[in-house]
Design a protein around this ligand. Structure first.
Ligand SMILES: Cc1cc2nc3c(=O)[nH]c(=O)nc-3n(C[C@H](O)[C@H](O)[C@H](O)COP(=O)(O)O)c2cc1C
Length: 207
């Protein structure tokens, strides 16, 4: 039997809003640090000319105290320019094993050419750095199927030192989280909660 009383734990899900909110952030932190985690690559949505725009992005960091999620991207990308114009951003996570969906909404804070980006760039491996080294901007059309990389960049002997130039295209998208909509699927009745950081309110919802 399901029980909605505060403090009762069923299937390892805390039925206490404060603990549940902590559990959400634990899951987000795991998603950021574990590449095989279900929360590692959410769908991130932004608005482009009044239209919804979505893409998969790797979650690089989750900061539970600051309520921040961090993503990396090329500052020449469409999403960067979209977010500069409209900083509304949303990230959608689903863990099918745990049957938990998180819909995170917030405001994007863009970091570029700063101490934060320099530190993250230094920690970015050569394979990751290649993404920032396309000759033309991401989303540029091409007459041929292409990686967009110069031949030299694709070669095995391309060095970390040579990849440094990619830093000029490297940006960080921080999401200052304003709300988390938590949904847990269960055959005997789903459960849903809403964590609002703007007004500082945690509430249960009808799923
Ligand atoms: C598993 C996966 C992870 C991805 N991670 C990132 C990422 O961390 N940052 C990024 O900018 N694009 C990432 N992409 C590519 C984006 O989904 C997207 O195709 C690209 O960034 C262009 O998006 P835009 O035109 O909206 O800027 C990833 C794609 C996949 C399939």
């Amino acid at each position: 039997m399901m029980n909605t009383n505060e403090g009762i734990i069923i299937n390892n899900i805390y039925f206490n809003l404060t603990q549940l909110e902590k559990d959400c952030w634990n899951r987000l932190v795991n998603g950021a640090v574990k590449s095989k985690d279900a929360f590692h690559a959410p769908c991130v949505g932004s608005i482009s000319n009044g239209e919804v725009s979505m893409r998969t992005m790797v979650l690089r960091k989750a900061l539970p105290i600051e309520k921040v999620l961090r993503f990396h991207t090329d500052i020449r990308s469409r999403k960067w320019n979209e977010l500069a114009l409209n900083n509304s951003i949303s990230a959608l996570f689903y863990d099918s094993a745990a049957r938990i969906q998180l819909r995170v909404k917030g405001k994007a804070v863009l970091h570029f050419d700063s101490a934060i980006t320099a530190e993250a760039w230094q920690k970015t491996a050569l394979s990751g750095r290649r993404s920032y080294l396309t000759t033309n901007s991401p989303s540029s059309f091409s007459d041929i199927p292409t990686s967009g990389l110069a031949e030299k960049v694709e070669q095995e002997n391309f060095t970390v030192e040579e990849s440094e130039v990619g830093q000029q295209n490297f940006g960080i998208v921080d999401v200052q989280v304003e709300s988390i909509d938590w949904l847990w699927l269960h055959h005997a009745g789903h459960r849903r909660a809403f964590f609002d950081y703007v007004i500082g309110d945690f509430r249960w919802m009808v799923p």
